[in-house]
Design a protein around this ligand. Structure first.
Ligand SMILES: Cc1cc2nc3c(=O)[nH]c(=O)nc-3n(C[C@H](O)[C@H](O)[C@H](O)COP(=O)(O)OP(=O)(O)OC[C@H]3O[C@@H](n4cnc5c(N)ncnc54)[C@H](O)[C@@H]3O)c2cc1C
Length: 287
C-alpha cells in the first residue's frame, strides 16, 4: 500500500495548491508506524521531505520579508496568520473531515522547525495553536465539540491556551481562577498571565477550578470565544519572539455554556499534564 502510494506520487508531477493537500498524502507516515518501517526523528519519507520544502518556501517567501518589521512593531502581521490558515498549517494533525491536513506528529514538528528557522514568533503561534489547542479538542473533545470547534480552528480562528497565572507558573495546579455553576452556564472569574496568541486569538481554552475543596481535582478546562467577554489586558514587552503576543487576561463574570467543558468536570489537571508533556516535543522544534 505504501509502495503504491509512493509510486503514484512519483508518477504524477505533484503541484499542491496549498500545503494541506500535500500533507493529506501523509498517510505514509501512519502506515510507516504500523510495522513496514520504523519511524525515526531523522529519517523522513519522500512526502515529509516534500512537505518540508513547501513549508520552507512559505517561510522564506512569505514570512521572511516581514520578520524585521513585525519584530520592531512587536506585532504579528494579520496576513501571516491568514497565510498559515490558507496553507493548511493551522490544523496539521486535525482530520480532513474537520478541515485539517490529517498529517502526522512528525509533520507538525517539521512545520514548526521550518517556520522557526525564519521566525520563531510565527512558529510559536503555530505550535500553541496546533499542539495545545487543537490537540486538546482532538483528544478530549466530544464529537459535537470537535464538529463545532475544529473546523473553525483549522480554517480561520486562532486559539490560545490559558493555564498560567500570576501566582501559578510551574505550580500550575495552584491556579486561582474560579468557575461557578449558574443554571446552564458556568461563570468564570480570575486572571491569566503570559498567554501566547491571546492578542489575536478568538478561541480560548481556559483552566479554572470548579471546586477548590478538591484541590487540583477541581481544575476544569472550558472553551470560550472572545465575544463571550474575554478581556485582553496588558501585552508583555519581551526581549525575544516579540511578534508573538503574550498577554494578561481577565475574566469578570465570564459566562460560558455548560456544554463547553472539555474532557469532563475536574479533569483539567490530567488533560493539561498530558498535553504539556506532548507539547514539549514541539517546543523543542522551535528551539
Ligand atoms: C513567552 C512566554 C509565553 C508563554 N505562553 C504561555 C501560554 O500560552 N499559556 C500559559 O498557560 N502559560 C504561558 N506561559 C507561562 C509559562 O508556562 C510559565 O512562565 C512557566 O510555567 C513558568 O512559570 P513562572 O514564570 O511563574 O516561573 P516559576 O514557576 O516562578 O519558576 C521560576 C524558576 O524556579 C524553578 N522552580 C519552580 N518551582 C520549583 C520547584 N518546586 N523546585 C525547583 N525549582 C523550581 C523553575 O524551574 C524556574 O526556573 C508563557 C511564558 C512565557 C515566558
Amino acid at each position: 500500500m505504501f509502495r503504491a502510494a509512493s509510486r503514484s506520487l512519483r508518477a504524477t508531477k505533484y503541484r499542491p495548491k496549498r500545503l494541506v493537500e500535500l500533507a493529506r498524502m501523509f498517510s505514509a507516515s501512519a502506515i510507516r508506524t504500523e510495522g513496514l518501517r520504523l519511524s525515526s526523528l531523522d529519517t523522513f519519507t519522500e512526502e515529509e521531505n516534500m512537505f518540508r520544502d513547501s513549508v520552507k518556501r512559505f517561510a522564506v517567501d512569505v514570512v521572511g520579508p516581514k520578520v524585521r518589521e513585525m519584530d520592531e512593531k512587536e506585532s504579528m502581521d494579520p496576513t501571516i496568520i491568514q497565510g498559515l490558515f490558507e496553507q493548511g498549517l493551522m490544523g496539521i494533525e486535525t482530520s480532513a473531515d474537520h478541515g485539517g491536513a490529517e498529517a502526522s506528529f512528525v509533520s507538525a514538528i517539521i512545520a514548526i522547525e521550518e517556520l522557526a528557522k525564519i521566525d520563531p514568533s510565527v512558529s510559536v503561534m503555530c505550535d500553541v495553536h496546533n499542539t495545545l489547542v487543537n490537540t486538546i479538542l482532538r483528544k478530549y473533545g466530544t464529537k459535537e465539540q470537535q464538529d463545532k470547534w475544529l473546523p473553525l480552528l483549522s480554517e480561520s480562528k486562532l486559539g490560545s491556551f490559558c493555564l498560567s497565572e500570576p501566582v501559578s507558573g510551574s505550580d500550575a495546579f495552584a491556579l486561582q481562577t474560579r468557575a461557578k455553576k449558574d443554571g446552564d452556564h458556568w461563570v468564570i472569574n480570575g486572571s491569566k498571565m503570559w498567554i501566547t496568541n491571546s492578542h489575536e486569538a478568538e478561541i480560548f481554552l481556559i483552566f479554572a477550578n470548579v471546586d477548590p475543596s478538591k484541590g487540583y481535582k477541581g481544575i476544569t478546562c472550558f472553551i470560550a470565544t472572545k465575544d463571550m467577554g474575554v478581556q485582553i489586558a496588558k501585552k508583555e514587552e519581551k526581549l525575544g519572539i516579540r511578534a508573538s503576543s503574550t498577554c494578561t487576561l481577565n475574566f469578570d463574570d465570564l459566562r460560558i455554556p455548560a456544554e463547553n467543558i472539555i474532557g469532563g468536570e475536574g479533569k483539567g489537571y490530567k488533560l493539561a499534564i498530558e498535553i504539556l508533556n506532548e507539547g514539549r516535543s514541539y517546543s523543542m522544534s522551535t528551539l
